[in-house]
Ligand binder design. Structure first.
Ligand SMILES: CC(=O)N[C@H]1[C@@H](OP(=O)(O)OP(=O)(O)OC[C@H]2O[C@@H](n3ccc(=O)[nH]c3=O)[C@H](O)[C@@H]2O)O[C@H](CO)[C@@H](O)[C@@H]1O
Ligand SMILES: C=C(OP(=O)(O)O)C(=O)O
Length: 436
């Protein structure tokens, strides 16, 4: 397993461009299964999870033409549906979370979709009930063997549009059901749908393929089924989680960084949450300039009580940035309660920050209080292992702020979601190297 060796404690300077969005890429790549015609997608991040999903589609028989590491054409005109019954499929499908979204398109087009229990971050329970409840409402029957962690749906007649109220606004669940419903007969209404920008992007791409989806951007989606979809071209948005990661990195290291082409209209609460930590952000067109911060002071609520930052489904604050907000707060002035409502195992990495000298009380699996050090005491360098993608980047940010040499192990977690991160950070002046 590879490691990062980081000599931290020095400010960085320069411009950085966020990669294409990981979670959008995983959705729109799966959507290419809905048509036999070519679909070209650009601004795909060149990250491990995207490469694994592309390999999975190739194994299913999709013709894949790379134009660059970030642009591919997919043509799903000769799908080998029997591949779903192979051990190779079970192995590849289980390797990432995004693979679950092949089920909806395959069910809609070929009448069957299977998936082994998908991988992704081990950050707590990650149920698939919403996905399968939706497929069943569209007329599919449950198949597979949950005892073997292999789930499936099949139908012998075309899916039938219907009304459904989702139990929770699951992101991948909404994407999956949507991709099944576009080829169903009649009208499907999905209420309590996830509505984050990447779902909106998926809807726009599907409409450009001939689907008829309205209500985009809201939690009430209406889908008039069509009999077939055609090819299209699509460009992924900038990755908002990377944008947030770079804001936190800039503030804690006292750096002068401009995030170019940040996709500002699609960032939702992200700028305001970092401003609550006392961070100055200059938004200039689509760029975000973070000037060097000697200090930054966490706000209180209006009544003077301690700030809480918590996650919620969009348009709430994304859970994927709470670990980064937490690490950034360790060098702020003031205190904040971080409340991770969605996932129950995402905050345990704070032990490593405590070892580095951060003042944090882990109240319970969902909540941690950070008492900012206000740079009176820099974080100490450490050797640590990356437990999940966002905790991994948080540790990387902590290491870049710590005076001295830190080692981060298990960086495969970081590679799942951040494209060539050490090279891009070195261009900002970071002292970071990958050790095999
Ligand atoms: C590949 C991909 O796109 N992954 C993202 C996707 O995962 P994913 O689609 O797997 O996450 P879900 O939206 O299904 O749910 C995340 C967790 O939150 C819980 N939950 C969900 C909705 C809700 O209203 N209340 C609630 O408690 C679910 O039970 C689950 O435990 O969305 C998550 C939530 O933004 C992100 O962290 C993941 O990065
Ligand atoms: C939780 C995440 O990813 P995944 O859903 O792919 O595990 C994430 O991107 O923070």
């Amino acid at each position: 397993m590879s490691q990062f060796k980081i000599r931290g404690g020095k400010p960085l300077k320069g411009d950085i461009v966020p990669q294409g969005a990981k979670n959008e890429a995983l959705q729109v790549i799966c959507a290419t299964l809905l048509t036999p015609e070519p679909v070209t997608i650009s601004n795909l991040p060149d990250i491990v999870d995207v490469r694994k999903l592309i390999d999975l589609l190739a194994a299913l028989g999709v013709k894949i033409t790379p134009h660059s590491p970030n642009e591919y054409t997919f043509q799903a005109d000769t799908i080998d549906i029997d591949y779903l019954y192979t051990d190779d499929f079970r192995r590849r499908g289980a390797a990432l979370r995004g693979s679950v979204m092949i089920v909806g398109p395959l069910l809609a087009r070929f009448g069957k979709g299977y998936i082994p229990k998908p991988g992704g971050d081990k950050i707590g329970r990650r149920r698939l009930d919403t996905h399968f409840d939706g497929f069943i409402k569209l007329g599919a029957r449950l198949r597979g063997n949950p005892g073997e962690n292999f789930y499936g749906v099949e139908t012998h007649s075309p899916l039938q549009g219907t009304y459904m109220l989702l139990e929770e606004a699951s992101v991948t669940g909404t994407a999956n059901i949507l991709m099944a419903a576009v080829l169903a007969r009649g009208t499907t209404t999905i209420y309590h749908a996830a509505c984050e920008p990447y779902i909106q992007q998926l809807c726009r791409m599907l409409n450009s393929m001939g689907a008829r989806i309205t209500g985009i951007g809201s939690n009430l989606l209406t889908i008039e089924g069509v009999t077939s979809l055609h090819g299209t071209t699509h460009r992924c948005l900038p990755d908002m989680i990377e944008v947030g990661s770079f804001i936190g990195l800039a503030a804690i290291t006292g750096s002068d960084i401009t995030i170019r082409n940040a996709g500002v209209p699609y960032l939702g609460q992200i700028p305001s949450v970092f401003r609550k930590l006392g961070i100055t952000l200059h938004i200039i067109g689509d760029d975000i300039h973070i000037p060097p911060h000697d200090h930054y002071e966490i706000d209180t609520f209006m009544d003077g009580s301690i700030m809480t930052i918590s996650d919620a489904p969009w348009p709430g604050f994304t859970p994927d940035l709470l670990s980064i907000v937490l690490v950034t707060a360790t060098q702020a002035r003031g205190s904040v309660l971080i409340h991770q409502k969605m996932f129950e195992s995402r905050l345990f990495f704070v032990d490593k920050l405590i070892d580095m000298g951060a003042q944090i009380i882990l109240c319970d699996p969902h909540r941690a209080t950070v008492i900012g050090l206000d740079r009176r005491q820099p974080l100490r360098p450490a050797t640590m292992s990356s437990p999940d993608i966002r905790a991994g980047v948080s540790l990387l940010i902590a290491a870049l702020s710590a005076d001295g040499t830190s080692i981060i192990q298990n960086i495969e977690q970081i590679d799942r979601g951040y494209q060539n991160i050490e090279h891009r950070l070195r261009l900002l002046g970071a002292d970071i190297e990958r050790i095999p």
